[in-house]
Design a protein around this ligand. Structure first.
Ligand code: GLU
Length: 501
């Protein structure tokens, strides 16, 4: 790394929720800053005012925080040396540099109308050329400009590109990349006729004035980089180092993940609402476009900061692997503290952003938190997502009104099933009379009294009390029910096993 203190930035446009692709850029900038003891800056690129959405910025910030990404400087933590952090508040700075370029003749005003541009492009296409701006206003006289102004035309400002000039850089991810100025679409706009700078101009001024040393962003920006280098060259400034992170691809279509891929959750808020843990998402995204040495896959944030190595960023596409994500999440849930998981589930219910969270808001239990904690303890090794636990909570809270499929008893002799259930009923009532109920003891003593053991004993009980042959700890689950509910379930199951004549 260079001697200069590392300063990186994540620069979202507040055009919507935090997408996994943006989160990936934010995360790698965060890892880069933390790994090298540098500074991470949050800058809001809001000059495309038509595309900004209300609360877009708040939602970005909220979701980044949820994910565990924080910054050292930004709109909420301004450093007076570099503030403000919204591009719309920096417009006068851009004007200063635009003027400099105009004065030096590196930039010029372009009065071409939309209609003229269209004719130009159509003609180029007809001639088999790639559409480009043909430079028709470069070097034009003041009289021409005045005449255009008189007609009420408002100019864009374009940067003039020297011909057959190579813009090259040593990309942190991709290695050597270069573009020839002849293939960059011609002189490009740096300030629109409404006085707003374009992204490719504002980003250069901001990165320069904010002392950014490394620019890490999605590789959809790769064709913007030579334009930005052209601005740096025109201003006589040394560019920062660039790194273009591989995009995320849908393995089914083989194409870049698109918002139209409805089956894949893509917004960070969706992962949260569906019961993914932020630590798992952080870990998962860190592996999209980067990999550590070795086979280990579960990395905490601190371990990632330590292990991060920009030389191990991947040049090839990162495929979104839903199974891997679910597996990772299940591992994090399995290893998490029960009280912590319970708090997270309580928060999800309060926020009510998923169907199951909404349903649980209407569940009336005297101690919902304890109930959830209990279910979490029983199921944390069995599930992929917190919402799976929430489904179980809902199910157990409403077990009285559930209808179970008693044909699952068919694998066993009805005589055996009935024997177990009747013995269970008896033992439960006895224990209840004595005021000493321990369900595991009751089940054990049913086994002893009937001589039925293992699968033959447990499967019928599992079906009776959970509707499913596979219940991790039926003795624990029973603690969630009232005695009358348990008796009711036993009686329903007994009716379900009646030998039909
Ligand atoms: N506002 C740009 C984006 O959201 C930032 C690109 C960059 O990092 O330069 O894609």
């Amino acid at each position: 790394m260079d001697d200069k203190k590392v300063r990186v930035r994540y620069a979202p446009s507040p055009t919507g929720f935090l997408h996994i692709g943006n989160a990936q850029s934010a995360l790698f900038n965060y890892l880069f800053a933390k790994h090298f003891g540098g500074t991470m800056v949050l800058r809001i690129e809001d000059t495309d005012t038509k595309r900004n959405v209300p609360h877009g910025e708040d939602s970005q910030i909220e979701n980044l925080h949820w994910l565990g990404i924080d910054w050292d400087e930004g709109p909420d933590k301004p450093n007076p040396k570099y503030a403000p952090y919204h591009q719309t508040q920096r417009v006068s700075l851009y004007h200063k540099y635009i003027q400099q370029l105009l004065d030096k003749g590196f930039a010029y005003k372009d009065y071409t109308t939309e209609d003229e541009l269209k004719v130009m492009r159509d003609e180029q296409r007809k001639n088999g050329e790639a559409p480009h701006y043909d430079g028709r206003w470069y070097g034009r006289s003041e009289e021409d400009q005045k005449a255009a102004e008189k007609q009420g035309l408002k100019p864009d400002v374009r940067l003039h590109l020297p011909s057959n000039h190579i813009y090259a850089w040593d990309d942190i991810v991709k290695g050597n990349v270069q573009f020839n100025s002849d293939n960059m679409g011609g002189d490009f706009i740096i300030e629109k006729s409404n006085g707003m700078p374009t992204y490719n101009f504002a980003v250069v001024i901001d990165d320069y004035l904010m002392d950014i040393t490394h620019v890490l962003r999605g590789d959809d920006h790769i064709a913007n980089t030579p334009k930005q280098i052209a601005v740096y060259e025109a201003l006589g400034i040394t560019p920062p180092r660039f790194g273009h992170i591989t995009l995320i691809y849908n393995p089914k279509t083989g194409k870049k993940l698109s918002k139209r891929d409805k089956e894949t959750l893509q917004f960070i808020s969706q992962y949260k609402n569906q019961g993914y843990l932020s630590e798992a998402i952080f870990n998962f995204i860190a592996f999209l476009g980067w990999s550590p040495v070795g086979e280990k896959e579960l990395y905490s944030k601190d371990e990632l900061i330590k292990a991060y190595d920009p030389d191990r960023m991947s040049k090839s596409p990162a495929f979104f692997d839903q199974h891997k994500l679910d597996w990772m999440n299940s591992q994090y849930i399995k290893n998490a503290d029960v009280a912590d998981l319970t708090d997270r589930i309580m928060d999800l219910i309060k926020e009510g952003e998923s169907e199951i969270a909404k349903k649980l808001q209407d569940v009336n239990l005297p101690n919902l938190r304890e109930f959830i904690k209990h279910v979490t303890k029983v199921y944390q090794r069995e599930v992929y997502k917190l919402t799976d636990i929430m489904e179980k909570v809902y199910f157990f809270a409403n077990v009285d009104s559930e209808t179970f499929d008693y044909s699952q008893f068919d694998d066993f002799s009805p005589v055996v099933v009935r024997l177990i259930l009747m013995q269970f009923r008896r033992e439960l009532l006895d224990a209840s009379e004595k005021g000493d109920i321990d369900f595991d003891t009751i089940i054990r003593s049913v086994g002893n009294a009937t001589g039925i053991k293992g699968r033959e004993l447990y499967f019928p009980l599992n079906v009776t009390f959970t509707g499913n042959t596979n219940a991790p700890q039926v003795g624990s689950i029973l603690k969630l029910y009232s005695i009358s509910t348990i008796i009711n379930l036993v009686d329903k199951a007994l009716t379900g096993t009646e030998v039909k004549s």
